[in-house]
Design a protein around this ligand. Structure first.
Ligand SMILES: Nc1ncnc2c1ncn2[C@@H]1O[C@H](COP(=O)(O)OP(=O)(O)OP(=O)(O)O)[C@@H](O)[C@H]1O
Ligand SMILES: C[C@@](O)(CCO)CC(=O)[O-]
Ligand SMILES: [Mg+2]
Length: 388
């Protein structure tokens, strides 16, 4: 018996970083997913059976004998699948030692954090039960599209599918969605994984990956939004690598140095997100008012970008994208943690295909990569494979 779970990445329309400090954010799922397939062998339960992790896209494989995990992580022996628990600093140290025993190539050292999250979620939910997990993803890693959250959500779902905390119809054919309470449980576990990857996550990325749609999020609470205007976004990946944990920590340090100024910045972002959610949800009966709404949206995106600059998370590559799209009278803002990664550009409904082609060509001539994703689609889904 095997299960596959897939969870989408996301774009943040407004509020990244400020959301970590309690401001409202607006985000949407995108149609690029991370998929985890999990297969338990029928008979092996001995100490030299393995827990395996294959990262297919990178052609990397990690494995740990069950006996070694029992020795290094004795505290995780009894699965606690129904009670998501933070990873203690001591456990994280032991897991880091286990991951350190594998030689991750220098150029891929960022993957270690993902492997740490894997081992923590695995042993917490399934204990030492041997199995093979295979991960594949459509998402660029560490580029602001929520790859870490999509990994934590799809992994938590696959692990929970075979736990006592969730009861599912294993004979169901094709993709299915969890019920509300199961989704909540997946989301809580994924949040614990994100803590390992982001340090101090807001929970926004795992929540939008779990529930899909367009959401407004503040202090752990989500509201589903219904957009009543076309929201076509060009996503430009600057391909400048960065790390969300370090960027989030940098904003916290700046907040510590300038508490009053940063409080004002976060409060402005909160107002921007609230206004943005009102605009996208309001009714627009004709093209003219759609254009007016787009103008307001562009202004809010521009203001949010300015405030992200105040937080110190923009980058020369992001500024190049902003300048390039401005030549075509298009507005952009960074999305995700910034410092490189991806930039969003609003493509107004009446914008001609020729202009879109031209702006994409110019951005790609700078070495960037462009894509237009469908936004606000499904969240987490799972699928059983009874034949294996
Ligand atoms: N498919 C995957 N396989 C293995 N590790 C992954 C995978 N997806 C994400 N990761 C882990 O997550 C890290 C990237 O997470 P990070 O939070 O820095 O960026 P992001 O989630 O892509 O962007 P953002 O947090 O800004 O939305 C990778 O370096 C890796 O450790
Ligand atoms: C930068 C941040 O706000 C979003 C990253 O996609 C971090 C978080 O919310 O955890
Ligand atoms: Mg992330």
């Amino acid at each position: 018996m095997a299960v596959r779970a897939r969870a989408p990445g996301k774009i943040i329309l407004s509020g990244e970083h400020a959301v970590v400090h309690g401001s409202t954010a607006v985000a949407a799922s995108i149609d690029l997913c991370t998929q985890v397939s999990l297969r338990f062998p029928i008979d092996s339960e001995s100490d030299d059976s393995l827990i395996k992790l294959q990262l297919k896209d990178m052609a990397l494989e990690f494995s740990w004998p069950v006996g070694r995990l029992k020795k290094m992580l004795p505290e995780l022996g009894i699965p606690q699948s129904s009670t998501p628990t933070p990873c203690s600093p001591e456990t994280l140290k032991s897991i880091a030692a286990l991951v350190g025993e594998h030689n991750i190539p220098e150029a891929k050292s960022g993957l270690a954090a993902g492997v740490l999250a894997f081992l923590y979620l695995y042993t917490s939910i399934q204990g030492y039960k041997p199995a093979t997990a295979v991960v594949t993803s459509d998402l660029p890693l560490g580029a602001g599209l929520g790859s870490s959250a999509a990994l934590c959500v799809s992994l938590s779902a696959a692990l929970l599918a075979f736990s006592d905390s969730v009861s599912l119809d294993f004979s169901h054919q094709g993709w299915l969605t969890f019920g509300e309470s199961e989704l909540e449980l997946v989301n809580k576990w994924a949040f614990e994984g994100e803590k390992i990857l982001h340090g101090k996550p807001s929970g926004l990325d795992n929540t939008v990956s779990t529930f899909g749609n367009i959401i407004m999020f503040k202090s752990g609470n989500l509201t589903l939004l219904k957009s009543r205007m076309p929201l076509r976004m060009l996503i430009t990946n600057t391909k400048v690598g960065r790390n969300t944990k370090a960027l989030v920590a940098g904003v916290s340090e700046r907040t510590f140095r300038h508490p009053d100024a940063m409080a004002a910045v976060f409060s402005a972002v909160d107002s921007i997100s609230k206004e943005l959610s009102t605009i996208i949800q309001s009714h627009a009966p004709d093209d003219l008012s759609i254009t007016e709404k787009e103008k307001k949206l562009e202004e809010l995106m521009e203001m949010n970008q300015g405030l992200l600059q105040c937080m110190g998370v923009t980058h020369a590559s992001i500024e190049t994208v902003l300048q390039t799209t401005l030549k075509y009278k298009l507005t952009s803002k960074l999305t995700g943690a910034g410092g490189g990664g991806c930039v969003l550009t609003l493509l107004p409904a009446l914008l001609s295909g020729t202009v879109v082609d031209e702006v994409i060509a110019e951005l790609e001539s700078c070495g960037f990569q462009c894509l237009i994703a469908e936004i606000g689609g499904k969240g987490l889904q799972i699928c059983f494979d009874a034949s294996s």
